[in-house]
Design a protein around this ligand. Structure first.
Ligand SMILES: Nc1nc2c(ncn2[C@@H]2O[C@H](COP(=O)(O)OP(=O)(O)OP(=O)(O)O)[C@@H](O)[C@H]2O)c(=O)[nH]1
Length: 348
């Protein structure tokens, strides 16, 4: 099953209810009288009124429809994004808001149709005036009633725009570990270009998102500051779910260990975190010992016993980092890529 990914460029601008009301009234007032001067004034006025209703109604209906259609369709969205939206806003609340805004365009059309009938059957100027007032009042009421849903969608769009541009369809290496162990340094060392820096929800910390280009193929590498550095039990429900949304992103978790007292976290604490991550995620976890440039033999030995690491590196000078990536890709990415290729050949 293929999932959709949030395309920030395609997210709509969500108007507030007040902006829509002002757009509606401006469009209404913009229409001016046209047609033959020989026409009786009342007939001319009726025709102008109808044109005003049609123009303002159409503009409003298409704006509402467009906003709803361009919001991500939750059921088709990749689980990484779907879970994040669910955690922050609630899937039902989101779906309800999109549906209400989308359906409002049908209601606007119906109101406009009734208003046109009222104008056509108006016997005199006062009835015409009443029809206009009624039309405007009903549209404005409907838009005011839509205000909470419009505000909700506005919040979601702002939230999605701020999310790092992770592509959940790419093979992803998530770099985990206690604070200060060298996660962002690692991402910088192995990324083909300068990593993107963005904020991950629920953390005040910045996430580094890098890419590794492999013979035309692209692999994603991301650090997880503030996300995987505390046991799940110590987190509130929202944080816990945000961590779990990572489940859908990581194909392999690289756990960096700092064997020195430099990061301020003991090896025992790092081991507890390592065990927690190993049991909470389906993705395989690979331990790597960092900061070998300052670690003592004794510290390295202790880390080796506890973590059985696949490599010793230093992200200070990027020593050994490329080899770690090659190891991970050979072990976890190449078999997947080959399997994909076989699948394509089977289908061909
Ligand atoms: N000596 C030495 N210092 C390192 C090495 N790798 C990182 N550091 C230092 O450790 C500190 C933390 O490095 P970061 O890459 O920011 O660590 P982090 O794990 O991303 O930190 P958080 O974002 O707080 O989770 C910095 O002062 C780095 O210069 C290393 O291999 N050797």
């Amino acid at each position: 099953m293929s999932f959709e990914v949030v395309d920030k460029a395609k997210l709509p601008y969500i108007y507030t209810a007040d902006e829509l009301i002002s757009m509606f009234l401006t469009a209404y007032a913009r229409e001016e009288a046209r047609g033959s001067t020989a026409e009786p004034a009342f007939v001319k006025q009726k025709r102008l009124e109808i044109r005003r209703i049609v123009t303002s109604g159409k503009l409003l209906a298409s704006t509402l429809r467009d906003m709803a259609l361009r919001m991500p369709f939750l059921d088709k969205l990749h689980p990484f994004y779907r879970e994040l939206i669910d955690v922050v806003y609630g899937a039902q609340v989101y779906k309800h808001a999109v549906a209400k805004v989308g359906n409002a365009h049908i209601a606007i059309k119906a109101i406009a149709k009734e208003a046109i009938t009222a104008v056509r059957t108006a016997a005199d100027k006062s009835q015409l005036y009443k029809a206009r007032k009624m039309y405007q009042a009903r549209v404005i009421d409907l838009l005011r009633d839509l205000a909470p849903e419009l505000d909700k969608l506005r919040e979601v769009v702002i939230y999605l725009r701020k999310l790092p541009s992770v592509d959940p369809t790419l093979f992803t290496i998530a770099v985990a570990g206690a604070p200060n162990v060298g996660k962002s340094s690692f991402v910088r060392c192995v990324s083909t270009a300068e990593p993107e820096v963005a904020e991950y929800p629920f953390t005040t910390k910045q996430i580094h998102l890098g890419h590794i280009i492999l013979k035309g193929d692209k692999v994603q590498i991301v650090d997880t500051p503030g996300l995987l550095d505390r046991p799940l039990a110590e987190r509130n429900a929202i944080e816990r779910q945000a961590v779990l949304a990572l489940r859908h992103l990581a194909n392999v978790i690289l756990f960096l260990v700092d064997p020195t007292p430099h990061s301020g976290y003991s090896l025992e604490m790092q081991k507890r975190l390592y065990d927690e991550i190993k049991t909470s995620f389906e993705a395989p976890t690979v331990a790597v010992v960092n900061k070998v440039d300052i670690a003592t033999q004794e510290e390295l030995e202790k880390a080796r016993e506890l973590f059985n690491p696949v490599a010793h590196i230093s992200t200070l000078n990027c020593h050994g980092t490329r080899e770690v990536v090659d190891y991970v890709l050979n072990k976890y990415y190449v078999p997947l890529a080959l399997e994909k290729l076989r699948e394509i050949r089977r289908r061909a």
